[in-house]
Structure formats: structure tokens, C-alpha cells
Design a protein around this ligand. Sequence first.
Ligand code: FCA
Length: 330
Amino acid sequence: MTSKMQRLLVLLGVSLGLGGPAAQAADEPKIGFLVKQAEEPWFQDEWKFAEQAAREKGFKLIKIGVPSGSEVLTAIDNLGAQQAQGFIICVPDVKLGSAVVAKAGQNKLKLMTVDDRLVDGAGKPIESVPHMGISAQKIGELVGKTIAEEIGKRGWKLEEVGAIRVSYDQLPTAKERTDGAIASLTRAGFPGANILNAPQAKTDTEAAFNAAGIAMTKNPKFKYWVAFGLNDEAVLGAVRAAEGRGVKAGQIIGVGIGGSKSALNEFAKPMVTGFFGTVLISPKRHGYETAMNMYEWIKSGKEPEKLILTAGSLMTRDNAAAVRKEMGVE
Ligand code: FCA
């Protein structure tokens, strides 16, 4: 046998040897999980729990960060090229709704959304796409109620308190969350004139820091502060802005929404900060359950429920471990 032939046989052997598992891998379902802000701990947790579903069921999870509209569309084409069967997405802008639905259709991909619900050209939710979100208004109300009770405990005079509403109103779930908080504060007698709107350009801590800083500078008369927004990052931005202006931890009450690493890091600091608490929501339901639902849809044709809204629980420094355990998100 010539060495050339030997080499050929080796090559053939290698490729045959790989043929088995490679063919199997081609059969396993492929599911995309696209998120708008991959660096945010909430989305990292969603991915982590979706991976758990992938391991249990033996499908391949394709995780892609999609911070812009063009990246969303490219990622969907990419999934199509990889012959994925479906994907779950949290879009960077809900107005991409019709484009995302069309792209998914072109690539024959099943589509589910998580966290942020797609809207059509008229701004109406696209009800045909199965969605899992949080019960935003209720969770916001819990934020507002927690703040109002804590103001009461600290014995602050309401007229001396400024409320920073870190807002991102172009995202319906964000607006519902802050509307909920305002509803509870108002019910508790909080003066509407003391609620300051601080619109953030992006839903991250830095944008919230900038927005809150402007609102505080414009309103120097307040002795105490409270802060709320769509997530923990928004509230952390406001708390950091207050600290930067010399506001002590005892003079500000920030209550976020999320409860993942951003909040836990804050609770782990040796000194109490102005970040008083958060409403813990479930990345397990949003990651594991959506991935499972997509898998079942692909495997057995069982379409997921059209709308699931998940609940939250108040978590503070004192009960963080217990609340997380209860919610199964350790
Ligand atoms: C939105 C927010 C995230 C998280 C999620 C449930 O997408 O931007 O921070 O709160 O809803």
C-alpha cells in the first residue's frame, strides 16, 4: 500500500468515525435564545436556565446577543442557515414586531417572545406570538407599596421626599411597572408634584445614573429621595447618582425589579446602601420554561400558551436567600 493510499484510508476512517455522532447532532433540535442585553445579569440567568432545559431534553441552544434591530434580523437569518426550528427572543425594540414575525416566517422558525412583547405598526401587542412576560403593573404596585411603607417607618415628611421615576416609556412593560409604582405611592398620599421623571436613553445602569443625576440637580430642595424604574439597573443608577451627590444610605429608598446578581451584589456589601430592596422575578420561568415550551412545540406540535405573566416577591437584604430559595432560582 502506498503511503498516499494509507493517508486516504486514515482520512476516510476519521470521517467515518465522526459520521455517527455528527449525524446524530444534526438531528437534535436547535433552538435560538436571543436577548437584547447579553451583559445584563437577568439575561445571563435566563440563558443559564434555558441551558438547563437544553441539557435535560438534548437540544442545542443557540444564544445570541442582539443589541440592535439589524443584529436581530441577521441573527434570525443565521438561525435559519443553521437549520434551527425555532427561537425565543427579547427584542431591543418592541416596534421591530412585524419585521421579526416576517423574518421568522421566511426562515420557517417558530417564534416566542420573552420579557418584552412585540407590537405592530399601530403599537398594539402582536397576540399571535406566544409571550411570557412579568405582571408588570402588579409588580410595580408592590415596588410603590414597599417604598411607601418604608417612608412611613422612617417617619419622613412626604413634602420633603423627591421620587425619581427612572423611565423608559417606549417599552410598554417598563411604563406599566413605573405606573404601578406611582399608583401605590399616590394611594399612600405621596404628592404627585414630587414625582420627577428621569427618562433613560437605554435600559442600563449608566443611562439611569445620567437620567437620575439630571433630575436631582434640577430639584435640589428635597431632603430625602426614593427611586424606582423598570429594573434593578435603573434603580442602582439612581442610587449611585444620589451617593455621588452626598445623599446618605439612610436618606434614600431604592426598590428595583429583578433580583439577580446586580441586586445580590448590592445586598452583599458590608454597609447598607440606598438600594433597599427589589421584587424578585423568575429567570427560571422565563429561561427554562420558555425553552421547554419551544421544545415541546417543535417536538409534538403543542403550541405554547399565548400569554403567561409571571409574578414577583419582595426581596430585601434580610430575606434574600430565603426568597430566592422559595422561587427556585438559587
Ligand atoms: C425587560 C427589562 C429587563 C428585565 C425583563 C424581565 O426586558 O429590560 O431588565 O426586567 O424585562
